[in-house]
Design a protein around this ligand. Sequence first.
Ligand code: GLV
Length: 321
Amino acid sequence: MDRKKIYITREVPLMQVDLLRQHFDVEINPMDRTLTKEELIEKVKGKDALITQLANKIDKEVLDNADNLKVISNFAVGYNNIDIEEATKRGIQVTNTPGVLSDTTAELAWALMFAVTRRVAEGDGYVRNNKWNSFDPNLLLGQDVTGKTLGVIGAGRIGKAFAKKSLGFDMKILYHNRNRDEEFEKEYGAIYVDKETLLKEADFISLHVPLTDETKHSIGRDEFKMMKNTAIIINTSRGPVIDEKALVEALKEGQIWGAGLDVFENEPKIEEELRSMNNVVMTPHVGSASNETRTKMARLVVDNVLAVLNGNRAITPVNQI
Ligand code: GLV
């Protein structure tokens, strides 16, 4: 019997490909870049499994060429890069990597929070560029975090992990989510509020929602106007949740104090003006990028493929097929 075929769209050095090779034929994109749509369409033909990354857009056109595909195992918790409805119609199981990256992503959100509040990137540049000549009581004054109000938009695994880490900073936690989570409220003293109240009252607003039609541009001009002019926004979710042009405007006009961004509306492109803004700290979509977490993600991706191709239930399925 022919061995089943797996295609990996970009090499992940931590991935245990050998586990797959024991039973299946595995092909890996040998290039150190994301495949083009045309290449993806060619490669998906005849494959039983596809291991994808966020930069691979698996839309209807790609799926129309997936003549034998059983599973798409996405190396990410978010799966907005995949047309789930079209995959489901074709009986293709989509899987993701929830749980294993929540703390790591929450930690990056905190790293950005501190980097913005205490102007860490500016300070680093100051020292590196030999501008520092004596202690200066007016140098790089930032904002305290302790005792302030945190606003968490999206209280799923990552949003809650982020909020929980604030306990040592004696913060008031406001959250907004599709559903209330009474356990979260009881355990961490989180207070459920409507979006407008959160935007008006929070000192720091951190976004943890998935990208959907509903959340796209859910933080735009009107929302920035509601925020305090000392507010800081942190985004480690998906870039398009923020209207990036409106963000630039809000920062320029002093409607908010700063931003910490790991994700952007048109990655890897960014609004050019962001590059010259000192009150913005940016990282290149590395929320889950720790050795430990990427190893766990890689293992989960492989285990999901093994489960489905061996006729078992996926470990972390996204869709019901
Ligand atoms: C990263 O952005 C992820 O969704 O895992």
